[in-house]
Design a protein around this ligand. Structure first.
Ligand code: MRU
Length: 348
């Protein structure tokens, strides 16, 4: 799918091709996946990342496994596809889009069980394509709702990468920025680098540069200073999981930015599709937070700058309480000061 020039996921010759986000911005390369195990590995190793993109990839993972087994007897087909769900579900824990997409695939599987493997595999592939198409459409609608919140000339801080690379196309937070720019607003984006995996420095800066949207890179520790000097007008981020009360899990460091934004009376916006909302979870306390390898904090790309053996913590996400969120931007509209009742209303 080419939207904004970036092909995060594409279906080619019966395989899923993923832009290798570990290699960006240095090299634009694709990794091809032929079965669910390869897709799960690509998710775990961050070839593909970002909540909606992970969901789309997982859906294709199920479809690939079904296609691979489509000539097997029904019992083997059902066992293999069942295992694919488990393998994909174990790849990363925080982004709820992964589990949301697997639930959609499961519903299709359950609805066509009387058909033979060949037709089930075809139905699963069609559902994966639909999930991808719907994600792009949701991002475009979200973009047009959110664009109205950004004033002409605004300097907008974003954290991590919530762009085309994190979705099937257009992006959530960056989708809002793209739509605002398309509507004629002159925006400047301040991208923080987003330690330790550098999604801001490597991915957001690259993606915006591809589109010719002005972007200035800062380190994570600089946002408070810029806010205190009146150099940031709005903050917009994506989300990995939003609880029923509006608490938002997003890339580690988001909470810090939200606290700073409140201190400086700067609006803090979260752009996310309904597939990122987990109505089953009462609050952010229940959101599982992924802990990643210590090596990511000790250094980067094979270079270690911390003393060998130093104790390390590496939670990959944090939770921003709903009270710090000025508005949630969804494909169903803008929810100001999100709370339990307003979130529930989105699903009616
Ligand atoms: O660890 P990552 O890179 O998968 O984390 C991604 C984020 O935290 C994004 O901000 C979030 O998934 C929203 S993407 C539209």
């Amino acid at each position: 799918m080419t939207v904004s020039g970036v092909e995060t996921l594409r279906w080619r010759d019966g395989r899923l091709e993923l832009i290798d986000q570990r290699a960006l911005p240095g090299r634009v390369e694709f990794v091809a996946c032929a079965d669910a195990g390869e897709v799960a590995r690509a998710i775990r190793e961050m070839v593909v990342r970002g909540a909606p993109a992970i969901g789309c990839a997982a859906a294709y993972g199920v479809a690939l496994e079904a296609a691979r087994l489509r000539q097997a007897p029904m019992v083997d087909f059902a066992t293999g596809v069942g295992q694919a769900f488990d393998t994909l579900a174990a790849s990363r824990p925080t982004a709820v889009n992964l589990f949301w997409a697997l639930a959609r695939m499961r519903a299709v599987l359950d609805s066509v069980t009387s058909a033979g493997p060949e037709s089930v595999a075809a139905a699963l592939l069609e559902e994966a394509h639909a999930i991808l198409r719907e994600d792009v459409a949701a991002n475009r609608v979200m973009g047009s709702h959110g664009a109205k919140l950004l004033a002409d000339g605004a300097r907008v801080l974003t954290h991590c990468n919530a762009g085309a690379l994190a979705t099937a196309g257009h992006g959530t937070a960056l989708g809002v920025i793209r739509s605002a720019v398309a509507a004629g607003k002159r925006l400047t984006v301040i991208a923080d680098e987003t330690r330790p995996f550098l999604q801001g420095a490597r991915l957001t800066a690259w993606e915006l540069a591809q589109d010719g949207i002005p972007v200035t890179l800062i380190t994570d520790g600089m946002s408070g200073h810029l806010m205190s000097r009146g150099e940031i007008d709005a903050v917009i981020v994506g989300a990995d999981r939003i609880a029923a009360n509006g608490d938002v899990a997003n890339k580690i460091g988001t909470y810090m930015v939200a606290v700073l934004a409140r201190r400086h009376r700067i609006p803090f916006y979260v752009a996310a599709p309904l597939s990122t909302i987990d109505p089953q979870l009462a609050s952010g306390d229940a959101i599982p937070i992924e802990e990643r390898a210590a090596s990511e904090v000790r250094g980067y790309a094979g270079l270690d700058w911390a003393p060998a053996g130093v104790a390390v913590r590496n939670p990959a996400f944090d939770v921003t309480p709903a009270e710090l969120v000025t508005a949630l931007i969804t494909e169903k509209g803008v929810v100001r000061e999100p709370d339990r009742a307003k979130i529930a209303a989105l699903f009616r």
